[in-house]
Write a protein that binds this ligand. Structure first.
Ligand SMILES: [Zn+2]
Length: 241
């Protein structure tokens, strides 16, 4: 077990992330691997057989090699095509699957509240593309939750210039954001592989952040914060393992 695991509710640095970039790159080295992962997760546990909707039985499938970015698999009996990306957020995108996966990795396991600007730099795409990717991942995969967070939770304060202006109007109002105020602090709490809570706050003092933490995060959670953070959530509020 790496340090800072869930049985040790001590604050740990983000750099001790249990799923490192090296591990991510090893598991998903390229576009083809990402596509194969989708194929086996969605249709074909063994990678070779799948339930053919046309034959209405399990058939061997073959990779249909084309020059297209989004390749499909073909039923060897009837020729029916299955597209691993169909119905997913990746389907109509011109951004490579690998970049999508990398964006998901960055948003879910490294840091919460990653800005579109950071994504733009990391992915090497335009700001517009980065912003759209972040928005889709947040909306579809990391939906804001009202339930308390548990497990491994990462916390981070980020200052977003103009972030509030990009938000949906109703959401902006709900979060009390002030779009013209320049840099708006956003305090993010992200459960590893799951729920996310992001709130705009007037400042990032302990007094401001603590109520959000105690309200939204279960004391059993392992909390990861930035090394520079000025808070030590559970140590200070007296919650013991
Ligand atoms: Zn078939």
């Amino acid at each position: 077990m790496p340090p800072g695991n869930r049985n040790n509710p001590k604050r740990a640095a983000s750099s001790e992330s249990q799923y490192s970039l090296v591990e991510f790159m090893r598991e998903y080295p390229d576009d083809a691997t990402c596509l194969e992962t989708l194929w086996s997760k969605r249709y074909s546990p063994d990678g070779e057989h799948a339930d053919c909707p046309k034959c209405e039985t399990v058939r061997p499938f073959k990779r249909y090699e084309t020059g297209q970015q989004r390749q499909s698999w073909t039923c060897t009996a009837c020729g029916h095509h299955l597209h691993p990306t169909a119905g997913t957020i990746f389907h109509k995108s011109s951004t490579s699957l690998h970049l999508w996966y990398y964006a998901m990795y960055l948003m879910t396991s490294t840091r919460c509240g990653i800005s579109a600007k950071q994504l733009e730099r990391e992915l090497g795409v335009t700001y517009k593309t980065a912003w759209r990717i972040a928005k889709v991942i947040r909306a579809e995969l990391m939906e804001q939750t009202d339930e308390p967070l548990d497990g491994t939770v990462e916390m981070d304060e980020t200052f977003f210039g103009g972030k509030a202006a990009n938000m949906h109007h109703d959401k902006r109002q709900r979060l009390g954001g002030r779009g013209t105020a320049g840099k708006q602090p956003v305090f993010g709490m992200v459960e590893r592989k799951g729920k996310v809570v992001a709130v705009t706050v007037p400042n990032t003092s302990r007094a401001t952040l603590m109520p959000h933490i105690t309200e939204r995060v279960l004391p059993t959670a392992t909390v990861y914060t930035d090394e520079m953070s000025s808070y030590d959530p559970f140590g200070e509020v007296g919650v013991q393992p």
